[in-house]
Design a protein around this ligand. Structure first.
Ligand code: A3P
Length: 317
């Protein structure tokens, strides 16, 4: 089936038809909605989520722009939250037989596909993921004291390179096209600066509810990240767990090396609409790969656009 020709459910047709749209990379129609560009297959999901999502105390929402370490964060959060039932060094661990995207649902897709009943069946505390911008979250989530949000972002040039490689797995695209669009603020769930600034602001206002992570910091000290994450989620490691090396075992279980060796990460696809090979979620996992794809001039140009957009926020890359 050609996903480009899936029409959005008519339920939201009247709203969607009023939204500005672009044909991103000449390939994927995106709609501008509440500060972000949403790919056409997911816009009904965003609208439905805003109307239908029923939060439950203890819900944990992982939020991210695409290609910023979502898969890694899903694995780390799942392993941390499920560690009582599944110790991270267990040979029976779900992450050794399932791709992390099979353990943590993407709400944007789930709601678009009308499969949100699946959320009701999840035991509490539920762990879910979204690429929605903070400005797109309904207040039942954004202002909910009982719903924690863990956000991950990444150095924007590395994100672009990762996005290009990922898109290449389903369609031939030139890097310069991805780059030029991004300079204009056009990317899936972009502009990237809007995405980052929304959650950055929320994490400053409500640090007990919104945790702001950066891929580069996680790469530097993943064990410490897991400790912070566990504490933020209200599940700090006990001294017995520390002595048993549980945080380090979680990091090892979720490492690129372990994940790449898992069969489930080498076969099959994820995504309800666009189907990406599980394998395509695990590439290099390094910081600074942009140097292999951008000239210094391109880097300067993009940096200055991003710097300008985020200036005054207290954030820098
Ligand atoms: P690269 O393309 O730069 O290698 P997302 O999960 O949001 O789609 O982001 C994908 C990026 O995270 C890819 O970056 C991928 O290699 C990296 N990644 C995936 N799993 C990882 C892991 N376990 N540890 C570190 N990075 C990981």
């Amino acid at each position: 089936e050609d996903d480009d020709h899936i029409t959005p459910p008519t339920e939201y047709g009247d709203i969607i038809s009023t939204l500005p749209s672009i044909n991103y990379l000449g390939r994927w129609v995106h709609y501008q909605y509440q500060g972000g560009w949403v790919i056409h297959q997911r816009i009904p999901g965003v609208l439905s989520f805003q109307r239908r999502f029923t939060p439950r105390p203890g819900d944990v929402l992982l939020a991210s722009p695409p290609k910023c370490g979502t898969t890694w964060l899903k694995a780390l959060s799942f392993a941390t939250m499920a560690r009582a039932a599944y110790p991270p060094n267990s040979a029976e661990h779900p992450l050794l037989r399932l791709n992390p995207h099979e353990c943590v649902p993407l709400l944007d897709d789930l709601f678009s596909a009308g499969q949100h009943d699946k959320l009701e069946a999840l035991p509490s505390p539920r762990l879910m993921n979204t690429h929605m911008l903070h400005s797109q979250l309904p207040s039942s989530v954004a202002d909910n004291i009982d719903c924690k949000i863990v956000y991950i972002c990444r150095e924007p040039k590395d994100m672009l390179v990762s996005l290009w490689h990922f898109a290449q797995t389903i369609s031939p695209i030139k890097f310069t096209d991805v780059f030029e669009s991004a300079c204009e603020g056009k990317s899936t769930d972009g502009p990237i600066w809007n995405h980052i600034l929304g959650y950055w602001g929320a994490s400053k206002t409500s640090p007990e509810r919104v945790m702001f992570l950066r891929y580069e910091e996680m790469i530097l000290d993943p064990v410490d990240t897991v400790r912070h994450l566990a504490r933020f989620l209200g599940l700090p490691f006990t001294s017995a767990e520390e002595a048993a090396g549980v945080p380090a075992n979680i990091v090892k279980l979720c490492s690129m090396e372990t994940m790449k060796a898992v069969e489930a990460n080498n076969i099959g696809t994820s995504g309800i609409f666009l189907k990406f090979p599980h394998k395509s979620y695990f590439r290099k996992g390094v910081v600074g790969d942009w140097v292999n794809h951008m000239t210094p001039e391109m880097a300067r140009r993009f940096d200055s656009i991003v710097d300008d957009k985020i200036s005054g926020s207290g954030l820098s890359f």
